[in-house]
Design a protein around this ligand. Structure first.
Ligand SMILES: [Zn+2]
Length: 46
C-alpha cells in the first residue's frame, strides 16, 4: 500500500486507511479538502 500527498494542501491519501488504491479512484476524483484534481497528488516515498 502506498500513500499520496496533495501538493496543494498537504492532505494525505492513505490507501490502507481508505481501502482503495489511488489509481483505482475515478479520474474526476478530487481532494476532499481543497478540491485539487488527482494530478495534484504525488506518491510519497516510503
Ligand atoms: Zn488538497
Amino acid at each position: 500500500m502506498a500513500r499520496y500527498r496533495c501538493t496543494d494542501c498537504g492532505h494525505i491519501y492513505d490507501e490502507e486507511h481508505e481501502g482503495k488504491p489511488f489509481i483505482r479512484l475515478d479520474k474526476d476524483w478530487k481532494c476532499s479538502f481543497c478540491g485539487a484534481p488527482k494530478g495534484a497528488y504525488e506518491k510519497m516515498k516510503v
